[in-house]
Design a protein around this ligand. Structure first.
Ligand code: UD1
Ligand code: UDP
Length: 362
């Protein structure tokens, strides 16, 4: 196998998706470099994931940090250009749909370095989401596109991506879940957060829910009402913290506001939850595999298999309480079929394709 691969990660979901790919490429004897852009930088948004998921320490942390969409992307472009020139990889690997993903893809393309995209082809068809812009552009630039679910193949074909670039490999985020599932201890997590036996978990961080004051009011009202049915643990992403707090979320009886949790603590709470309310991409997938009912406070999802093959349902704030009541009134939730290939082996499938590609192109 010839040539070095360079992974670019920057945010919490990137770490969860990259861990099994890095591990599988390490097992295959691949020369790897791990670059952290520093888009997420708090201990609880970054370092804790490296420790818990067995990710190697990044070879570089570019320390880019926060900013407006344009400023953050511009800083990422500049920092990544220097890094990619210095490291001279045969292939750059990017994950998901965050600004670090787009910036790395653009820099690689301009430097003529081939690109692999893990989690290619997901589409919400909502261009108001920064992630949808990022996904569409990255998929145009990638030479190896790793899809987590079958509908991605149709989306990419319609956008003109040649079929031989697309590889349906399953979901590396689920590899991580299945690797660590024995460490998820709901009873311990519940006790350490003083939660009753029956509780729900809430995460909210999408701009559409937490940046717009009207949307924040609607979400806080719905969650306050939901907390009359069941206690809600709310590990808050820094993005929503101020706005949701100012709208009175922390004052509602039954709402337990928490700092962002490490992966094992978070998944422990999710595993034991009677229901999850979220706008996260990853959490829709994780609840599907854990068979925990999930209510997604969004009008669209780029992960429709979590609805058709899983536990997910999209709800408006006004629909939240009746939907939650229905879940709580149902005594058993039979296991769902689960999406194809979400079996814990996506990392090795990706590694096989990459090592084969390196043999021919590296
Ligand atoms: C980013 C991704 C989003 C993903 C989310 C995962 C983009 C466009 N968005 O959103 O798709 O779902 O990560 O969590 O890339 N902040 C901190 N500490 C940190 C990181 C962020 O306090 O360690 C605060 C800062 O005030 C910052 C805000 O959170 O301005 C938003 O961070 P940013 O990385 O720009 O976007 P996210 O909302 O985290
Ligand atoms: N997560 C975590 N602690 C938390 C919230 C989330 O460990 O307090 C994990 C969880 O595995 C989730 C992943 O981080 O799937 C990504 O979360 P996030 O919702 O931030 O990003 P998205 O998937 O929406 O891009």
């Amino acid at each position: 196998m010839n040539g070095r691969v360079l992974h670019v990660v920057g945010t919490r979901p990137n770490f969860v998706k990259a861990a099994p790919v890095v591990a599988a490429l390490r097992a295959a004897g691949c020369d790897q470099v791990l670059v952290h852009t520093g888009q997420h930088y708090d201990e609880r948004m970054s370092d804790i994931f490296f420790r818990q998921l067995g990710l190697p320490r990044p070879d570089t942390d570019l320390g880019v940090g926060s900013g407006s969409q344009a400023r953050q992307t511009a800083e990422l472009l500049i920092a990544l250009e220097g890094e990619l020139i210095a490291r001279d990889p045969a292939l750059v690997i990017v994950y998901g749909d965050v600004n670090s993903t787009l910036a790395a893809a653009l820099v690689a393309a301009k430097l003529g370095i081939p690109l692999a995209h893990v989690e290619a082809g997901l589409r919400s068809f909502d261009m108001a989401m920064p992630e949808e812009v990022n996904r569409r552009l990255v998929d145009q630039l990638a030479e190896l596109l790793f899809a987590t679910s079958p509908e991605a193949i149709g989306h990419l074909a319609r956008e003109g991506v040649p079929a031989d670039r697309i590889h349906l490999v399953g979901n590396p985020m689920i590899d991580t879940l299945l690797t660590h599932v024995d460490r998820f201890d709901p009873a311990a997590a519940r006790t350490s957060h003083a939660l009753p036996e029956r509780y729900g978990v809430v995460t909210l961080h999408r701009p559409a829910n937490v940046d717009d004051p009207e949307a924040v009011r609607a979400a806080v009202h719905a969650l306050t009402e939901a907390a009359r049915l069941i206690d809600l643990a709310v590990p808050l992403h820094p993005r929503g913290r101020a706005a949701l707090g100012a709208a009175g979320l922390a004052d509602a009886p039954g709402i337990h506001i928490l700092d962002p949790l490490g992966y094992v603590e978070f998944m422990s709470l999710v595993r034991g939850a009677a229901a999850v309310i979220t706008d996260s991409g990853g959490v829709q997938e994780e609840t599907t595999v854990l068979n925990v009912p999930c209510l997604t406070l969004r009008t669209t999802t780029e992960r429709p298999v979590t609805v058709t093959h899983g536990t997910n349902r999209l709800v408006a704030p006004t629909e939240l309480v009746p939907a939650l009541r229905k879940i709580l009134d149902t005594t058993t939730h039979p296991p769902t079929e689960g999406p194809p290939l979400w079996d814990g082996h996506a990392g090795p499938r990706i590694a096989r394709t990459i090592t084969r590609w390196l043999d021919h192109h590296g």
